[in-house]
Design a protein around this ligand. Sequence first.
Ligand code: NAD
Length: 482
Amino acid sequence: MARKKKNKKSVHKKKRTALRKKSRPIRKKLVHKKPAHKKNVRKKSSPKKNRRGGTPQSVALPVRQPSQPAKNISSYDVVLHNFDIAAAKLQLSEEIKQLIKTPDRELRVELPIIMDDGKLNTFIGYRVQHNNARGPTKGGIRYHPDVDLDEVRALASLMTWKTAIVDIPFGGAKGGIAVDPKQLSLGELERLTRIFTQKIDCVIGPSEDIPAPDVNTNAQVMSWMMDQYSRRHGHTPAVVTGKPLELGGSAGREEATGRGVCIALREASKSFKFDLRKTAVAIQGFGNVGAHAARILEDEFGVKVVGVSDVKGGVYNPRGIRYKDAMEHVLETGSVVGLKGAAKITNAELLELKCDVLIPAAMGGQLHARNADRVKAKLIVEAANGPTTYEADDIFAARKIPVIPDIYANAGGVTVSYFEWAQNLQQFRWDYQRVVAELEKIMTTSYAEVMKTTEKYNVSIRIGAFILAVDRVAKATKLRGI
Ligand code: NAD
């Protein structure tokens, strides 16, 4: 069992390395902040939209126009909207509401690095600490061209509510750099990570704020962060989580978010009474979270994955896509696109596939007012952070499509990060079976608590989850005193 797992991990490691190109065109100028009207507008995954692969076993797909994202709803707007509803249901005072809604601290840092060609390039990074009433703040580091303060704020806020839902002793934070890491060499990536760590050194630490991987960052990036921080403070593995096992990482951390998503789906199958073995799932995003979820769903839950996608596009096969085949194809080509025996689809089409469950596991804002009415899944389990706008939520509610919200469904990652942090502080190791068993306990208990709150207040599952979280944070804030 242990050997099997190690192989899977190294497969993921190889995939990341394969995806990273060594050469890059020089970025002369970085756009640090998007204009408001561009919020929520994501780059198209491929210029060749709506072309179908002509593989011998291609399957017919419904023809449709590409979706347009809704305008003017930023990811932070979505979080605040849901927070406000929860705060109103809890009848929080205006003072407490403002206090716990607003981020504690926002840091913007300039990151000059010398590129491989000898030229100077400056990037912009952020760390936002949203709330630390329940413990040190915790949250991932994202490397993506769309990263800006608004997005980091939204993601930091989500972390506050997420850590409260699974009742682990953390608050919420998030960070990121506006950069496309695929355009950097490994050396440039390391230099960028090291200067970022140096610049945020003053606000992070095992009892202050503990970063972790997110989109386009991984165990290697966490190793550099840990090393850079330790140069000033002495060996400090607990300053970041998501490290490799050799540097104090936890067994089961890499797959933890995907595993948590699978547990969320399994618990939902009990509530909504459907058989997982007769369930067809589509997954947007085949990175850390999406790929591990696909593997665990197939191997352990007997679920059929009919569609998967990545930034370059997607593939669909109603008879099922095997994880092993998809991963081998990704390792060879860098994408799921072109997988033998499956029809080529766009990311927009993946979201609207004929399936029972949709798992968005890529970027935020993917389900919005202009495509929510075309989603055919009967249940949505949010693996990504903030994939659904509040307009889409209303449409899903009207169509009676339950949404298992991100702040619960993808909390498996931060939960095992908590185990990693605890192991580092105690200088003690848990084995994989213990990690999986403890994760199971937390995810199933939290699911029951979210559903209980949802029923008590007669609200959507998302608002139920927010009420549970906001109540816990408000109580901790009042108990500590202002
Ligand atoms: P990743 O970088 O490993 O993978 C992201 C995947 O999404 C890749 O397959 C990429 O090709 C694809 N993608 C990127 N842009 C896309 C687009 N516009 N359309 C379709 N696909 C696109 O990242 P990850 O760690 O798997 O994170 C995925 C999501 O899960 C993010 O929203 C992240 O915030 C969230 N999340 C991650 C963790 C974690 O532990 N890694 C924890 C909680 C939540």
